[in-house]
Design a protein. Sequence first.
Length: 301
Amino acid sequence: MEKVLVLGSINIDFVSFVSQYPKPGETLISNDFGIFQGGKGANQAIALAKLDVPTLMLGKVGKDALNDFAFSSLKESGVDISGISKSKKVSTGSASIWVNTQGQNSIVLYPGANGEIDEDFIFQHEKFFDNASWLLTQFEIPLESIFFALKLAKAHKLKTIIDPAPVREIVNNDIWELVDYLLPNEIELKEFTNTENVLKAIHILKSRGVKEVIVKLGKQGAGYEDNGSFNLFSALPVENVVDTTGAGDCFIAAFLYGMIQWGNIPRAIKIANLISAYSIQKKGAAISFPIKSEIDWKKLE
């Protein structure tokens, strides 16, 4: 199977489950609390590895005790961690997350060592581009580094896929022509194109050079442009939504798995809808992602 190089953030999530979000100056008692593996890069790498996709993580952790947590959770999930370095200056990235009773989350992110992923770091690890077929990255690391990595990926003939979250101001529009698959949600799509019309927004991004745009629409599902029309694939109904943290990461990894296996966008979106539905029925991000044997593949038909 084709190998994926995941360049991105590695965080530890500190998650409080609350009845409602606290108001300014208010103190609430949480219903539950957990410490989980997080970071969009690590989440997506773990989701891929759980689907038996050969995956190598390229990133940085800090000089604190949290790095042991990150190393062990990635390794136990089957991710190759030989591309991860330790910072000598800053702590491991972290996220403080509140999850309400509807499963929706609110997040405060500390980049930590993720901010040290610079061009030199990527250049020092160029050897990992030789053995991969795909580069998957996100916007939780410096944009200059992402642009450099995309250029390197194209030099090594890798296919590229980007999760453009969180939304960042794109100064160099040359980045778009290096992207084969862009997977924004509705908010990110609007921010990048200044239009609420999904089809128009897709056309704008494609005019900048993006090859394909797959739009994540939450409860509605996801879709892409097909012969001038927006082709929407409905999300699978979930009766009990526990925690949506990491659901987007699970979707992207599952979409990539579908593309590797079948090379077909509609089928890959259906697979992503199916697999990400599992992730919102458990607490935590990466820990909630299903392994391949847990998935009821009959639901695709």
